[in-house]
Design a protein around this ligand. Sequence first.
Ligand code: PEP
Ligand code: MN
Length: 340
Amino acid sequence: MMIVMTPGASTEQIDAVRERLATTGVHVVVMPGELTTAIGAIGDPQGVAELGLEGLPGVDRVVPISRPYKLASSELSHHAPSVFDIAGRTVGGGTTFTLIAGPCTVETRTQTLSVAQAVKEAGASMLRGGAFKPRTSPFAFSGLGVEGLQILAEAREATGLPVVTELLNGVHADAVAEYADVVQIGARNMQNYALLEVAGKLGKPVLLKRGLSSTLDELLMAADYILKEGNERVVLCERGIRTFETATRFTLDLGAVPWLKLHTHLPVIVDPSHAAGDRRLVEPMSRAAAAVGADGIIVEVHEDPEAALCDGPQALYASSFAEYARDVAAHAGLLGKTLA
Ligand code: PEP
Ligand code: MN
């Protein structure tokens, strides 16, 4: 932490800050400048933050130097980029590209099994599908619940694809953990800290989506909630954020991908479907995601999007998914990655 004094701060005021800092055991370095004095506090930033130095006479501001996230950081923890295994698939690490595809929502057994087969044949690495759906309106279809999880398990059985599905509420945690290979935390729950801790304890990899209006620092602190439970397999997902632009459903923040690559060791994937809200944009945005270095994509696919109960306009047609997958694989290939 750095404590910046006001230009007129007296020697007594500087000494008072120095004495307060000394009570926390940090190493204190006083740096007099031409106009102002800065005091560096090296060590426990949390302890320094809790001193409330902003209120002392002569203190202008207290500035954190290190990043607020710890376990997700590539700076503070050990870390080369994380690579891990999810049900036999490698995620992260710079040589594989994880293509997760499937319906927004499990609607029926037939719908789910047929789309699972189509994405499997086209080279997808995992199957996505929601059984518990967060819906903006409480009157919209909110998923089949446990029956949906059972259908997903059947689709895994039929295709061999690991299953990614959302945990919406801690009360469903045991059921989701029983059937899912990857537990998704949706954008709307990124800051549901109690749910993050529950997800962290399940012993399953977690796909953590960025909140609709969350900064990347907040995303990484949310990841820390999962990591601190001893769960190292966290995959981050950029899925578009709220901006003044309404032409697309959300604004895909592609800069987030290389920024996250610099600041965290965790794998980063992109969801072009929810960002776009329109299937015509999904393929070009997917190419871009591959080109900026994403470790994968999670994308919505449906056999009959016009009849979908949720997010039909953004779903790719299952019949053209193979072509899409070839195109995305070619772009991932430009960065030396192959479909996992
Ligand atoms: C989803 O993946 O189906 C979903 C609801 O995504 P998000 O949480 O990003 O809106
Ligand atoms: Mn959806």
